[in-house]
Write a protein that binds this ligand. Structure first.
Ligand code: SF4
Length: 203
């Protein structure tokens, strides 16, 4: 039996912060900030399913994706189908051209799904950075594919357990729309107090 499918978006959330992933995918928490609002605006450009032809390239928008082998489900913002048989996924991101592993893992998961669905290699894809209107090409390396598989397993285990991981409580929290819900400083303070209490009363 194939493993329970994990949403591809959860891999990106997990790689950014495991607690953020659990808040969204276990507790269904949601809050907007300037970063999510800009991201939503960027995805509006590509969230209507359909296709167009551009210089002989068929460009599919909002294409459903899955992998029974790894247990993934989601969609690709754009997939280019070139006349020479090349299949090339493109993920839209808000922000300037900058490498982020949480973006790359999402693209690699899409490539892995396309490989299984189409039974052909998908060795390259790109992140389209909306602020700079530039593409950053990403090689779908064996290491990146392995990271997709191990991250999928870690996310699935958290979804099954329903437990919230500890807050990272670092500079990532400043950009996170869930900061008010998560309360990373308060929880880190409680954990520190519990640690001190345990030290104090240790026989
Ligand atoms: S506020 Fe920080 S710890 Fe909490 S979910 Fe966001 S990034 Fe993670």
């Amino acid at each position: 039996m194939p493993p329970d499918p994990v949403p591809i978006s959860a891999l990106q959330h997990w790689t950014y912060c495991p607690r953020q992933c659990a808040l969204i995918h276990v507790e269904q928490a949601y809050a907007d900030n300037i970063h999510t609002a800009r991201g939503n605006a960027v995805h509006k450009l590509v969230d209507t399913p359909g296709y167009e032809m551009k210089a002989g390239v068929r460009v599919e928008r909002s294409l459903p994706l899955w992998s029974d082998r790894v247990g993934l489900i989601g969609k690709a913002d754009l997939v280019e189908f070139h006349p020479d048989g090349t299949v090339f996924p493109v993920e839209f991101k808000n922000g300037p051209k900058r490498k982020h592993v949480h973006d790359d893992i999402q693209l690699a998961a899409q490539a892995l799904c396309l490989e299984e669905m189409l039974n052909k290699p998908v060795p390259l894809g790109a992140i389209y950075h909306a602020s700079s209107k530039r593409r950053r090409e990403v090689s779908i390396t064996p290491d990146l594919k392995r990271l997709v598989e191990t991250t999928t397993e870690a996310v699935r285990a958290t979804l099954v357990s329903g437990k919230l991981p500890a807050p990272v409580n670092d500079e990532r929290c400043d950009q996170c729309s869930l900061k008010d819900i998560c309360q990373p400083e308060a929880i880190a303070g409680l954990r520190a107090q519990a640690y001190l209490r345990n030290q104090l009363y240790e026989p």
